[in-house]
Design a protein around this ligand. Structure first.
Ligand SMILES: Cc1ncc(COP(=O)(O)O)c(C=O)c1O
Length: 458
């Protein structure tokens, strides 16, 4: 198991970088910055899935975190109404006022805060503010702390701005959780950003109020005054077993140093709407991000923003969200039990989000993935892992798409044998997926041939 402390790495060594090379491109075409940029593999395996589908296979898609429910009718109706009103032109780059007012009201009410709309900025989804925050707050060499395993973009963007990645490794033995002590060891005078993500992708971890108070105490005591906390709360509505959503911004003294970030993608099954938001500690910071918006994309479609305001405040949304949660809960219980019944897999029960993050050490060993990896040349080992080999075997031989551990933070992930399953997929497909994984678990000969073929090893 890895240590909690970050291995010594520079930002250019994150090794998840996508290197677009082709004989058609002149040498030196792309900047070092672009070449160092990582990616989100859940999107990158899309073409492989399409290739399998075009060949006539039914692929079980447990790779991407996209709720499989249609957008609720009351939201669709509002978008249509806005289109009829011709809300199709440039609008406020900070976000249209009615939506910022809705966000200010709902975020305040849930977290016991008093937020004004001038502290809110709307973005095209919950993802863009991740990289924008790094651009806004960090100079080259500054340090950024983020959970690993964690949402890949926290790490993938850091090399782009030449900052220093400082992963906070979450260990299974500790329930993929952490407390103040683990964080304290990583904070230095150069720390500028600390990412938190509860409920968490990929582990489904949920923070308790006490845990957040402990983390907040460490931040207030140890972090420099110009360090911001980026609280990614995009799964705030997907909680099980009576868990409640807590935000670190609610801890006294933290609102003034925390960005609260969320959006419509997960809460309303509206990944294509591209509406997300951040609440900033000050109106001045919101204005700076508004200017980033102006530079990058001007504004977000007003008709979707108005739909998002209805999503946030319509009483009809409450029932829709409860139905989605009930469905996720059923699938979670079914999948956790099903995965635990497969030899070599052990899966914890997540308290939120819609992901499972099972330990597949036994599976990888039984099937021969650990041995196959150990025998690979060093250059290939750099690009893959035993969990990656299992991921690729499941995809190409059994048509079950999952994500490997490396996809959630490459640095310090060696020797960690996990896969992430998204359960935002129809129950019947999940059942079929489980049957296929069970069959794969004893297919030693198939795995041997897959490795020998060598077509999809990373
Ligand atoms: C933790 C986390 N943050 C942000 C995002 C991005 O969400 P969006 O699709 O709204 O950009 C995701 C999406 O998977 C996520 O898991």
């Amino acid at each position: 198991m890895s240590s909690l402390l970050a291995p010594s790495v520079t930002s250019r060594e994150t090794a998840t970088a996508v290197r677009p090379t082709s004989p058609r491109l002149p040498a030196g075409l792309f900047s070092d910055r672009l070449l160092s940029l990582g990616s989100e593999n859940a999107f990158r395996i899309g073409p492989q899935i399409r290739e399998l589908e075009l060949a006539g296979h039914k692929v079980i898609k447990c790779n991407i975190g996209e709720p499989d429910f249609p957008l609720a009718k009351h939201i669709v109706d509002e978008i249509k109404r806005q289109l009829d009103l011709d809300a199709t032109h440039y609008c406020d780059p900070q976000g249209v006022l009615p939506l910022r007012e809705s966000i200010a009201r709902t975020v305040s009410a849930r977290r016991g805060l008093t937020i004004t709309p001038d502290r809110v900025v709307v973005f095209p989804g919950g993802k863009p503010p991740i990289g924008l925050a790094q651009q806004a707050y960090c100079n080259p060499g500054d340090e950024i702390i983020y959970p690993s395993p964690g949402f890949p973009i926290y790490e993938s963007f850091i090399s782009f701005i030449d900052a220093k990645p400082v992963p906070l490794h979450l260990r299974e033995e500790a329930g993929f959780s952490f407390g103040g002590a683990e964080l304290e060891r990583l904070i230095t005078p150069r720390t500028r950003l600390i990412y938190l993500n509860f409920p968490s992708n990929p582990t489904g971890g949920v923070a308790t109020r006490d845990q957040l108070a402990e983390i907040a105490e460490v931040i207030q005591r140890c972090a420099p005054a110009n360090c911001r906390v980026y609280s990614d709360e995009i799964y705030e509505d997907i909680l099980f077993d009576g868990n409640e959503h807590h935000s670190i911004a609610s801890v006294p003294g933290m609102e003034e140093r925390t960005l609260i970030v969320s959006g419509v993608s997960k809460s309303f099954a509206w990944t294509g709407g591209r509406v997300g938001w951040a609440v900033f500690p000050t109106a001045e910071e919101a204005a700076a991000f508004k200017n980033l918006n102006i530079n990058y994309f001007s504004c977000i479609p007003a008709y979707n923003q108005m739909g998002a305001a209805v999503a946030l405040e319509s009483p009809l949304s409450v029932g829709e969200q409860a139905r989605m949660r009930a469905s996720f809960l059923e699938r979670r219980d079914f999948m956790v039990a099903g995965l635990n019944a497969i030899p070599g897999i052990s899966c914890r029960t997540p308290g939120g989000a819609f992901y499972l993050f099972p330990n597949i050490s036994g599976f990888a060993e039984n099937i021969g993935a650990l041995a196959a990896y150990a025998e690979m040349p060093a250059a290939l080992r750099e690009k893959t892992s035993p969990a990656t080999l299992v991921q690729m075997f499941l995809l190409w031989r059994y048509q079950v798409a999952t994500m490997d551990r490396r996809s959630f933070g490459r640095i310090g992930s060696d020797g960690m044998h996990y896969l992430r399953f998204s359960i935002a997929t129809a129950a019947a497909d999940l059942k079929l997926g489980l049957e296929r994984i069970r069959a794969a678990s004893s297919d030693h000969e198939g795995f041997r041939q897959f490795i020998q073929e060598g077509a999809h090893l990373c």
